[in-house]
Design a protein around this ligand. Structure first.
Ligand SMILES: [Ca+2]
Ligand SMILES: [Ca+2]
Length: 115
């Protein structure tokens, strides 16, 4: 049965007022669920933030603006960065897993096996 209380809205925002929409917000049940940004204004989304139910950062995905492939995936707990996966050699495959402590210091980094 369809829950009619669910709402989804999209909002396009021109954050630097240059007349071009660069940021898109997606709302679910009147809270932000996703924010997509074209940080270098080339028309391609290169920065995506996903918000958790509490409205805090859940994870961010950063794309390499040059290759438009995924560059970095960051995972948050209560808006605190806890871990990340990175593509160090720009081949479009995440190859390094990093874990951070409470001070955003790296406490471990280990390679991700690519196949
Ligand atoms: Ca871009
Ligand atoms: Ca790689």
């Amino acid at each position: 049965m369809l829950d009619t209380t669910e709402t989804d809205t999209d909002t396009d925002t021109d954050t630097d007022f240059d007349g071009v929409f660069d940021t898109e917000y997606q709302c679910h049940n009147e809270r932000f669920s996703l924010r997509k940004t074209d940080t270098n204004r080339d028309g391609e989304i290169d920065y995506i933030v996903e918000f958790g139910k509490n409205g805090l950062y859940f994870n961010t995905t950063i794309f390499n603006p040059r290759t438009t492939r995924i560059k970095k995936l960051q995972n948050y707990k209560m808006s605190k960065l806890v871990s990340a996966e990175l593509d160090k050699n720009d081949d479009g495959k995440l190859d390094l897993h990093v874990i951070y402590d409470f001070a955003d210091e790296e406490i471990s980094r280990k390679p991700i096996a690519n196949n």
